[in-house]
Design a protein around this ligand. Structure first.
Ligand code: ADP
Ligand code: MG
Length: 681
């Protein structure tokens, strides 16, 4: 297959005939920079001018095509008043209004007594129907020229419809039909059209939005497969042979286990063993632990670190936020107490940064905990042996690659995530990594009871809270937004704070995104030290925060959250020895889908089950859950409707050898996957 024929697609848009700097500017506004980007700007609807509406059947506010005779002009001699042309269809009249036009133009466009087709949006003014600044006018005697059906694109100002269609058509025509990255056999077997035909169909006026059409399936497949190819390549870059094989030592482990008041679960033990094997292997480790909230991932990472400190390896632990970095720092101090391991914390807020940076490069610090500030250029390690990244779902492939590069060939990388990925998407999300799944939770956990209540009954939960406080337990109260917004009718955390403070004086704290890190820390510390009993917050009590004494969580407007997010929030409780409770509040008028969501949540506490259910519900129109879960990583492929394509792509990638990738170079380029890999190497 010749892979170069369609090279023009990857050139800058300005290399197209007729695209000057001005047009380029407008196209850029539409995120169209390369010629190939045009292909993916699919029409959002089809205009059909074959349908003509009688004047007595017009609907206000709708687009319509009318066939009328030009009857009379009205050109006011007053500035700023529009020109008017009265047209009729024998029985009725319609006014065609032109703002900022000149008389001669209008006369030419709509000659008196001529039969014309006019398209535009219908409005009603002073007892008359009118169309203002029609989008299309054509003499009926030229009816052969009338373009009846054509695709409609969303355009910015300065970009005309006709012109845009012309550019797209020219591009489509230029694609060499025989240049495809799949074999004819493969295309035929899957009822895919060749690349040119696929895009032509997707831009054609006959296109109907149908996720199951061959053409939409083909681009979905292209998208999935290009993603897998990229991950395949990323894996090759990362899983290099190391220079020095690490020796494992268990000397510290016993001491740490003494500091750890529990027994490891079997799952934790199994995964620790897997990690140990990775570390002792010839190839660099690149693994992710996928474990539900509260399954105990942190201790696994710490124990792994403990096994390599003896040979002077340093370990960097990166948390997604300051709050979590603080928490893990305190956690590490406890875990490693009496072991002689030096631990420091580094964030953009750290005061003694200079000293810490120096100590890191001198190798005086064994374990450093921080946010992404750990990966600034100026930070040098003496001997970095392991990077641990907590709650990695905020990282894309490119960041993972950069990170692995920073550590060098001897640096192992361990990621941890509590975001459950449905099976269908596992490989297309994490295909570059080895995956360890932690499915069980520590056994001594008490159940979390989930209640679903209408907000009207908020008074009924106050006694429940009083009782929990008497029992010395603590409470999270989650509200979606800080400021009252009438439009969205979200509850406001500040308002709620005042309300709850009245009922529980001196026992309530408030945390939200507008506080700075210091202020946040004070509030969290007060909560940890039990000075406050109820923490009112927006969703800043993010994934990962671990305060076992908090056993109750109230989530307001629960129906506005997706399932995964609700599950993450609920995971803040159920961490201690006491029975826990999650109260989901909703405002009236729950949609069917919202009802189902809340019921699923009530019925299970297993994040993996919830992820699968989330996806199924999404298949029935529940976009909320899907978008919030952070899984919307594909534009064209859909994990429900294209499930078979995900499997097909996985089968195909297994047949791939590193050299094959070149055959798919243009596919990778078309879906913007090349840069991600090549920028890094
Ligand atoms: P996550 O997987 O969500 O990161 P953490 O590592 O924060 O979970 O652990 C949650 C809580 O469970 C912590 O308080 C931790 O001390 C505790 N924990 C971890 N492992 C066990 C275990 N084997 N038995 C009992 N409690 C455990
Ligand atoms: Mg965690």
């Amino acid at each position: 297959m010749n892979n170069n024929n369609n090279a023009f697609l990857y050139k800058d848009i300005s290399s197209l005939k007729g695209v000057g700097s001005k047009l380029r500017f407008y196209l850029k506004k539409k995120n169209i920079e390369k010629i190939k980007d045009l292909l993916f700007d699919f029409p959002y609807e089809v205009t059909d001018r074959s349908k003509i509406t009688d004047l007595d059947k017009l609907e206000i506010g709708k687009l319509a095509n009318v066939r009328v005779k030009v009857y009379k002009y009205n050109f006011p001699r007053v500035r700023n008043l529009p020109n008017k042309v009265i047209c009729t269809d024998e029985k009725n009249k319609i006014n065609i209004i032109f703002f900022n036009s000149n008389e001669f133009y209008v006369r030419k466009l709509l000659p008196i007594n001529k039969d014309v087709l006019i398209s535009g949006k219908v409005s009603f003014y002073k007892n008359n129907y009118q169309i203002t600044n029609p989008t299309y006018v054509k003499l009926f005697e030229n009816r052969d020229e009338i373009l009846k059906v054509f695709p409609k694109y969303s355009l910015t100002d300065g970009l005309g419809e006709k012109r845009y269609r012309k550019i797209i058509n020219a591009t489509l025509k230029n694609i060499k039909g025989n240049d495809d990255w799949y074999s004819d056999e493969f295309l035929k077997k899957n009822s895919f059209n060749k690349i040119r035909e696929t895009f032509e169909n997707l831009h054609s006026p006959q296109r109907r939005l149908d996720i199951h059409s061959n053409d939409q399936r083909r681009i979905a497949y292209d998208e999935i497969f290009s993603n897998l190819l990229m991950l395949f390549k990323a894996r090759k870059i990362i899983k290099v042979k190391r220079n020095n094989i690490k020796k494992i030592s268990n000397k510290l482990i016993d001491k740490i286990i003494l500091n750890f008041p529990y027994k490891l679960t079997n799952g934790q033990k199994r995964i620790l063993k897997e990690l140990e094997n990775d570390i002792a292997s010839k190839f660099r480790m690149f693994r992710i632990i996928q474990g539900d909230v509260g399954s105990g991932k942190t201790i696994i990472a710490f124990l792994l670190a403990a096994k390599i400190f003896h040979s002077k390896y340093q370990v960097a632990y990166m948390a997604p936020t300051e709050i979590l970095a603080n928490q893990q720092y305190e956690n590490a101090l406890k875990t490693f107490s009496n072991t002689g391991i030096t631990i420091e914390k580094l964030s953009s807020k750290t005061d003694n940064k200079k000293r810490i940076i120096k100590d890191l490069s001198d190798g005086k610090i064994n374990l450093i905990i921080g946010t992404h500030s750990l990966f600034q250029k100026k930070i040098k390690f003496k001997k970095l042996g392991l990077v641990i990244i907590d709650e990695q779902h905020k990282f894309g492939v490119k960041q993972r690659l950069l990170l692995a590069k920073k550590g060098g060939n001897d640096c192992d990388v361990l990621l941890m995530s509590a975001t459950p990925i449905p099976r269908t998407m596992m490989m297309s999300s994490y295909g570059d990594m080895d995956v360890s799944k932690l499915t069980e939770k520590p056994q001594d956990r008490k159940k979390i009871i989930t209640l679903i209540k209408p907000e009207k009954k908020i008074n009924e939960i106050i006694p429940l809270l009083k009782k929990q406080i008497q029992l010395n337990n603590q409470i999270y109260w989650v509200c979606p937004l800080i400021e009252e917004s009438k439009k969205l009718k979200f509850s406001s955390a500040t308002e709620k704070f005042k309300y709850i403070k009245k009922i529980f004086p001196n026992q309530v704290g408030l945390i939200h995104g507008n506080l700075n890190e210091k202020e946040k820390k004070i509030v969290i510390d007060n909560f940890i030290n039990k000075k406050i009993k109820i923490l009112v917050s927006t969703t800043v009590i993010e994934v990962g925060i671990d305060i076992p004494n908090a056993n109750t969580i109230i989530i307001e407007d629960a129906n506005k959250f997706g399932l995964s997010q609700l599950h993450q929030l609920r995971g803040r409780v159920g961490r201690g020895k006491n029975e826990s409770m999650c109260i989901l509040l909703y405002k009236q008028n729950l949609s069917e889908n919202a009802k189902k969501r809340l019921r699923i949540l009530k019925s299970t506490n297993d994040g993996f089950v919830i992820a699968e259910e989330d996806l199924k519900l999404r298949g029935h129109g529940d976009l909320l859950g899907y978008q919030q879960s952070g899984l919307k990583s594909f534009k064209y492929a859909d994990p429900i409707h294209h499930k078979d394509l995900f499997s097909l792509a996985e089968d195909e990638i297994k047949k791939c050898k590193p050299d094959n990738i070149l055959e798919f170079k243009n596919l990778l380029k078309l879906y913007d996957k090349v840069e991600i890999v090549t920028d890094v190497v």
